[in-house]
Design a protein around this ligand. Sequence first.
Ligand SMILES: *Cc1c(COP(=O)(O)O)cnc(C)c1O
Length: 458
Amino acid sequence: MELPFAESYKIKMVEPIYRSTRKQREEWIKAANYNLFNLRSEQVYIDLLTDSGTGAMSDQQWAALMTGDESYAGSSSYFNLKDAIKNIFGFDYFLPTHQGRAAENVLFSVLVKENDVIPGNSHFDTTKGHIEFRNARTVDCTIDEAFDTESEHPFKGNIDLSKLETVYSTIDTEKIPMIIVTLTCNTSGGQPVSMRNLREVSALSKKYGVKVVFDSARFAENAWFIQQREEEYRNKSIKQIVLEMYSYADAMTMSSKKDGIVNIGGFMAMRTEELFKQASVFNIMFEGFNTYGGMAGRDMNALAVGLHEITDGHYLGNRIGQVNYLGNKLINWHIPVQKPIGGHAVFIDATKFLQHVPKEEYIAQTLAIELYLEAGVRGVEVGTLLADRDPETKENRYPRLEMLRLAIPRRTYTNNHMDVVAMALKNIFDRRESIETGFRIKREAPIMRHFSVELEKV
Ligand SMILES: *Cc1c(COP(=O)(O)O)cnc(C)c1O
């Protein structure tokens, strides 16, 4: 018989977690104004809020931390990271930042001007925030299949080339400083972009003189899907695939808190010295001198090791295997999830799950709160709260998908934890007909409101 799944690591250090009672959770979530971001971590049993900065570092990464070089200029840790980035992505130039959004802030300070248009595949919320903050706008060119949760399209993160060509041919390309391709595409469910699509997007953008930037938080997971699902790449290593992917980009931004398996950090990398020099002016102003820019030497060292570990095929098979394990349990119980299951998270289609809650009452947030009350599991809304208001009309934007995201931290939980999460969802699914009302907003911030919004029961 085939041997079953098992984690590709053993555990050297543990962190206790505790189960609370439903009564405790009812009090805590009310005091948190029904915003899961306001809970204290001790009030959460299994935390699937995000896979960002929540992964477990390896013994090799901890060892690298101890040999970090904290010199202000020219530290060996900087050069270790520079070598890793050159090795894995092929870029000669890079600038460290304290996290991914800082890389966006620096790079967009160079590239984005008022009234610019930046196409892409469902831009990440901080990316969109940094663009709209500069009075520029995004255009979503993701393929339509991405918005049909039942479609089994293998690359639902793909850019629709005809949508992209429409943008390029109807808008003055002087106003299009770049296209941003997000790998994997978080907003559409942790869905990958195919190598073929990257190649075609690159060719089309070159034709119109538009720069190609990869928002790279989950680049290795994307590479794994290319290896599994694109015939010509079956026998290529993850490292070979990543190198080819980035041969189609002019620059990248990276949140190292995801596929860097470190708890904090980010960077941007680019092909030309010119862009590097322009960006370094802003990096020095906002982040720090070029050879540390917002990161401690020790953290750059751990990241250099993390980039090599993440591009290991065994690691990725295990990682995505665990996400699949949870997703398949839910599918077997007919719980509506985004298919195929993505790389870092299982996305539940809240509109199909809670059919009686009106969209004005934040369906996915309602489901997130139910899951917390049921088992102390914290997920996150990827729906109307996250989509925010239209910057011009100030009306709620209702996205095409209302989802509850269960993001799985890297190397942190076992499949026993996944079993608890699955059973909690099944319990709610069994009584879904009785859930008829949601929440309304008491208070919200003018931008990126989901982090601080205060809600009350309808
Ligand atoms: C997390 C993330 C960012 C922002 O990075 P931070 O490290 O959280 O600032 C940008 N893009 C994508 C796709 C991300 O997942």
